[in-house]
Design a protein around this ligand. Structure first.
Ligand code: K1U
Ligand code: ZN
Length: 169
């Protein structure tokens, strides 16, 4: 297992659309273990393969208080969305120290493969529903700041580019 480098906004690789996983190989399983380790190490509740520059439809999540229940969703698809949505505060490991409100469906049903290739269906509510929607956005190249106004997004972009320039000198 290894800790993976997380791409930082506005890295254009975060806008890549991920491809479906055709076959779950040992390489896929090693990637998943490293993604879980990276998510825990970064104190995240989720991580999409896109964020570690792997453009395959894989997400890992753990919204448990104990941080001992990792979930793996391969080729996730939303099969039902509640008509009601709510605005909640989001953060992102690819957008450090930045939090803002995003409107999300309050409940969703998701179909995916687990790491052994079995189909699973999840009825997600509350933080799990928000986190799955956030991570699935990463797989289509979307970052939560894309929901904010151009003014806010540009301020965030400028702040993070300045930080990255300082870190590289
Ligand atoms: O995609 C990611 O970078 C992970 C992201 C997931 C997420 C957090 C909050 C709302 C939606 C999706 C994080 O884990 S950011 C880490 C964080 O600051 C946080 C952790 C728990 C609750 C809220 C924020
Ligand atoms: Zn994110």
């Amino acid at each position: 297992m290894a800790l993976l480098n997380i791409l930082c906004y506005p890295d254009p690789r975060l806008n890549t659309v991920a491809k479906p996983v055709k076959e779950i190989t040992n390489h896929t399983l090693t990637l998943i273990e490293s993604m879980i380790e990276t998510m825990y190490e970064s104190n995240g509740i989720g991580l999409a393969a896109t964020q570690v520059d792997v453009h395959e439809r894989i997400i890992v999540l753990d919204v448990s208080d104990e941080r001992d229940s990792p979930m793996v969703l391969i080729n996730p698809e939303i099969i039902w969305t509640h008509s009601e949505s709510v605005k909640g505060e989001e953060g992102c490991l690819s957008v450090p120290n930045t939090y803002d409100g995003v409107e999300r469906a309050i409940e969703i049903k998701v179909k995916a493969l687990d790491k052994s290739g079995s189909t699973l269906e999840i009825h997600a509510k509350e933080l799990l529903a928000v986190c799955i929607q956030h991570e699935m956005d990463h797989l289509i190249g979307k970052v939560f700041v894309d929901y904010l106004s151009p003014l806010k997004r540009n301020r965030i972009k400028t702040k993070l580019l300045k930080l990255q320039r300082e870190e590289n000198h």
